[in-house]
Design a binder for this molecule. Structure first.
Ligand code: BGC
Length: 345
């Protein structure tokens, strides 16, 4: 809105100022095209994950479809970005050339287009490629072929679309294997799209403590580094059916005691210090507390972590919009206001 007004004002200027104003105006209009990774990270600001939709085996399998209206709601609530997890590996050939399914690609394009039209910054990732975690060497060619296709496909899309090659590498895709594969993925993307912002995080499920083991190509400065934060895990994942032993954690509260807050502060300080030393911008691409926790504790934790990230200049995306961690209740068609407000006070 402001931007549009500024652009219109530029066109009314006299001829002697025309050239200078045109340059300034274009610079103003282009504020959403990141000059460097630091600006790209600032544009991410506060975001939310469109989880349990396109990274389900098939969209809808986990009860949610990526509806256009969700992106409007997200924008109107005041978020600046959205992270879109996608299970590309379930929509591509098993044999070379590992062609992506055209219909599925069109579906993802649609969701990304709607998000961009809402002026959101978009992080499009590759999620739940479980076979790659089990057998990285056997799946290397397929993984790189997916990124070759995706990088070519999106190369002319707006710069506000960032690509994240792999969510939470783990298992046999350990620190060393992942650093090597990440460099290969980066090389593949760069061959098609040298300036695209790429989001990369460490192995061991993108945990902050593994940041020091992530080796990135020194010369590539269009990278935003990501990590995920779910500590204390027994609190955020109590009762989570996909975590073994999580039922025993039910009833774990988070009261925001000095000890509890100091622990989070220490973890984030360490991540921020690493990023500083590496001259890389940081993005917490996932944090959240599962619905089994008591509401007060979840709101307190969410508020505290979001502020602690912001105090350290770390952009973030809450996990996730409308499912088990959700800030929105899709059945009621309503925000879970206390959680949303904890993120966006
Ligand atoms: C996984 C989700 C999980 C979340 C929290 C995400 O990266 O894809 O399945 O709910 O982390 O554990």
């Amino acid at each position: 809105m402001n931007l549009r007004r500024r652009c219109a004002a530029g066109s009314r200027a006299g001829p002697s100022w025309a050239a200078a104003l045109l340059v300034l105006t274009l610079a103003g209009c282009a504020t959403t095209t990141p000059r460097d990774a630091f600006e790209a990270q600032r544009l991410l600001g506060r975001g939310v994950n469109l989880g349990n939709m396109l990274e389900a085996p098939r969209e809808g399998d986990w009860g949610l479809y990526a509806q256009d209206d969700y992106l409007r709601l997200i924008r109107e609530a005041g978020f600046q970005s959205v992270r879109i997890p996608v299970r590309w590996s379930a929509h591509a050939g098993e044999e070379a050339p590992y062609a992506l399914d055209a219909g599925f690609l069109e579906r993802v394009d649609h969701v990304v287009r709607v998000a961009l039209a809402q002026q959101l910054v978009v992080v499009l990732n590759l999620h739940h490629y479980e076979e790659l975690m089990d057998r990285p060497a056997a799946h290397r060619a397929r993984f790189l072929a997916l990124w070759d296709q995706l990088a070519r496909h999106y190369r002319d899309w707006p710069a506000r679309l960032y690509l994240e090659p792999c969510n939470e590498p783990h298992g046999a895709l350990d620190d060393q294997a992942w650093s090597a594969l990440a460099a290969d993925a980066l090389r593949t993307i760069r061959a098609a799209d040298p300036r695209r912002i790429v989001v990369l995080g460490p192995a061991n499920w993108n945990t902050a403590i593994h940041l020091p083991y992530l080796t990135l190509p020194e010369e590539d400065r269009r990278i935003v580094v990501t990590f995920h934060y779910y500590e204390p895990f027994a609190f955020t994942h109590q009762g989570a059916p996909w975590v073994r032993g999580a039922d025993a954690w039910k009833g774990t509260a988070w009261s925001g005691t000095r000890e509890e807050t100091a622990r989070i502060g220490r973890d984030l300080d360490r991540a921020a210090a690493w990023a500083d030393a590496q001259r890389r911008p940081l993005y917490c691409g996932e944090f959240g507390a599962y619905r089994e926790g008591d509401p007060d504790s979840r709101e307190r934790w969410t508020y505290f972590v979001a502020r602690a990230l912001e105090e350290r200049g770390i952009a973030w995306a809450y996990w996730e919009f409308g499912s088990g961690f959700g800030i929105y209740d899709p059945d009621a068609g309503q925000w879970r206001a206390p959680l949303r407000d904890a993120l966006l006070p």
